[in-house]
Design a protein around this ligand. Sequence first.
Ligand code: 5SP
Length: 242
Amino acid sequence: MLEDLKQEVYEANMRLPKLNLVTFTWGNVSGIDREKGLFVIKPSGVDYEDLKPSDMVVVNLKGEVVEGTMNPSSDTPTHTVLYNKFPKIGGIVHTHSPWAVSFAQAGVAVPALGTTHADTFYGDVPVSDALTKEEIESAYEANTGEVIVRTFEEKHLDPEAIPAILIRQHGPFTWGATADKAVYNAKVLEAVAEMDYHTLQLTRDDCKVPQYLLDKHYYRKHGEGAYYGQDNAKSQGHAKRS
Ligand SMILES: O=C(CO)[C@@H](O)[C@H](O)COP(=O)(O)O
């Protein structure tokens, strides 16, 4: 079942260690088949060096395992909430990548300071509220999904324009049109978080990217008539001239 999607999600998971986004097994990727209402996710706690496409677990939008011999990622309820509440996304990534986690632990959003950020995220990457004791002691991972949705609603953010969040005291979740694109967004988030950290060491002046530069960089890649789009993440920079 869903053999092509399993291969795609497997390959997206294998990009995490290659991109230095995971330590040990601290991360997972999923991808969804919207027509079938099923998603494929990494099994819980399996080392990347041992991972195989056939290990991928198939889950429905109620969070129930439909196929697979291993337990799905412990973050599966978070992925389930996001697929239900953000109907346009096709893939999700969770990591504990160090620069993004540093901002999450400090409770600081990753500010949009330059064009590197603006090429992918249309504004600051938000940080969520901390989960309450009750939220942690009940359906913790599902509540992690709910806090993501609540943060976007309260801040009036578009999850397609800012496909990323930091969960306070925890770490980043990113998403995208595909599993591969969600991995791309996870790497961009890690890179801009590191750049922001250094920038903020160098100056206390306001160094937010101006709105017109944010608009220019974001919309020429993602707006109507953009010369390359979300699906071209792997080949950024190879724009075709018409
Ligand atoms: O945050 C956590 C655990 O606290 C998880 O993200 C793990 O780091 C990965 O879990 P599995 O996907 O292997 O279940």
